[in-house]
Design a protein around this ligand. Structure first.
Ligand code: ZN
Length: 494
């Protein structure tokens, strides 16, 4: 079985196999078994031949006395692939200097993403979804993981990737993700963070919190020096910290002890405190990090909420100078406690990426999600204007409903009326923030929209279009995600 050409020649549909079908980079050999991916008319398949082939489920066939299996891209076959080719299995990557999260909600962005990461040393987290994203896209963590495994196999990407159970809040969700082999958990502490404290008067704070002697001893009348900057606490500040973050710290510590301590899980641990009403001040960041460290928690990354606004799918909104000043301290705090800063809602934050690269000294984790969906929709606008127009109008009708779930400042009046736009102008909508946010936050509605017969109105047409125009989408991602990395690297490569 060492002669692959002979084998491919022997396939029943030789023409297709040779001229159209075989993804060149997917040809792999292990344990005397050849496996590669071919392009079917409706979907891709694995072809396996050799002793391991029978482990795949699918249609067995014999050609030129060679036993082979044509195997669909199912979860079972994903598992077999991961056993046979370890590079298709996610690994923990946050300990590396740079990592980058790519929420691929559609399960089709892998090829475009991997073209970028063949050029940068940051590790991609190809699988990264929150439970909300799973619900809105009708996917499972198995689907998300399999899509990543099949993508690295197809592209012949052997350098390693991560899988992030993003913004998880419940132990059962953490167990679900870890059980499937996810290699990162982002613990969302927002349910345990009190948002009402910032409105409390000093007197109310005082009445609501009694500081223990240990805490007073630990923080009051102290000057914590971090890279020449200082963090100090007065009594009121300390009390506010305890009230806002006390429960979240206990929650994070208990999750860590249950799942991560002493390398229980082969996975990275991130905590996110970004989904809060007010930005995380450097003092608050220090307090949370210090308390967690004293409880023995070892973080790989932490996501504070930075000043300004990190709205979905658009550039940073806010005072860049202030962001820079605060980032400097946040990055120093992260270094002191031995973890990386994690930048959430990192899609399209072009005006601050080089600052992130600079002040983290090239040690960062950045997460993107929605922008990958937006590029997919830009591909639709470019390839099928009439389908795009229908979706755009539907999105407008669903916007009021979608807006309830997001903090965005979208002004629909600023979006050009698409009836006045020529087909070739539709892609320009993706340069306009309000139109971007319109399409961004309605993704669940668009994908799930069904007619009275219960058939999807857009979903199947969209997937077909993305399949037929795979190279358009891949080119768009290569350029767009590439721009994220380019700016991040610009910050520390001087
Ligand atoms: Zn977040």
């Amino acid at each position: 079985m060492s002669n692959l050409n002979q084998f491919i020649q022997s396939l029943p549909n030789t023409e297709l196999a040779l001229k159209l079908g075989v993804y060149e980079n997917s040809i792999h050999f292990a344990h005397d078994t050849w496996v590669f991916m071919i392009q079917g008319s409706e979907q891709d398949y694995l072809i396996a031949a050799g002793p391991y082939a029978s482990k795949f489920e699918g249609d067995a066939f014999v050609s030129n006395q060679i036993q082979a299996v044509k195997a669909p891209l199912s979860h079972h076959n994903g598992k077999v692939l991961r056993e046979l080719f370890p590079f298709t299995k996610p690994i923990p990557v946050l300990q590396a200097e740079r990592s980058f999260g790519l929420g691929d909600r559609l399960g089709i962005a892998g090829p475009g993403h991997l073209r970028v990461f063949k050029e940068y040393d940051a590790y991609p987290i190809l699988a990264q979804q929150s439970i909300r994203e799973l619900n809105l896209t009708n996917r499972t963590y198995s689907d998300v993981l399999d899509a990543a495994s099949f993508a690295v196999f197809k592209e012949g990407y052997h350098d390693g990737f991560g899988a992030d159970g993003d913004h998880l809040k419940k132990p059962e969700d953490i167990e679900y993700a870890l059980g499937l082999g996810f290699t990162m958990i982002t613990l969302d502490c927002s349910d345990h963070i009190r948002n009402d404290i910032s409105n409390m008067s000093a007197k109310e704070v005082d009445e609501n919190c009694t500081l223990s002697g240990v805490l007073k001893e630990r923080y009051l009348n102290k000057n914590f020096e971090i890279e020449g900057m200082s963090v100090t606490f007065d009594e009121e500040e300390l009390k506010r910290n305890v009230l806002v973050y006390g429960k979240a710290i206990e929650f994070a510590a208990s999750i860590y002890q249950t799942y991560f301590i002493e390398k229980k899980a082969n996975a990275n641990f991130e905590i996110s405190i970004d989904e809060t009403a007010t930005p995380t001040t450097p003092t608050q960041h220090f307090f949370v990090a210090n308390e967690l460290t004293l409880k023995g928690v070892k973080l790989d990354t932490m996501a504070p909420r930075f000043c300004g606004e990190f709205q979905k799918g658009v550039d940073y909104i806010g005072d860049v100078k202030q962001f820079e000043e605060e980032l400097k301290i946040h990055a120093a705090i992260a270094r002191k406690f031995g973890y990386k800063l994690s930048i959430h809602s990192g899609s399209d934050k072009f005006s601050i990426f080089s600052l992130v690269g600079k002040y983290t000294k090239g040690h960062f984790h950045v997460k993107t999600a929605g922008t990958n969906w937006l590029e997919a929709m830009r591909a639709v606008a470019a390839s099928n204007p009439s389908l795009y127009r229908a979706i755009h109008k539907y999105a407008l009708s669903m916007f009021p409903e979608a807006q309830k779930f997001y903090h965005v400042t979208t002004d629909l009046n600023k979006i050009p009326n698409i009836d006045t736009l020529k087909d070739e102008e539709l892609v320009n909508l993706f340069k306009q923030n309000d139109a971007r946010q319109l399409i961004h936050i309605t993704y669940g509605f668009i994908l799930n929209h069904q007619n009275e017969q219960g058939e999807f109105v857009f979903k199947n047409k969209l997937y077909q279009l993305w399949r037929e125009n795979a190279s358009v989408y891949s080119d768009m991602l290569y350029e767009h995600i590439g721009k994220h990395l380019q700016l991040l690297y610009q910050g520390f490569l001087v």
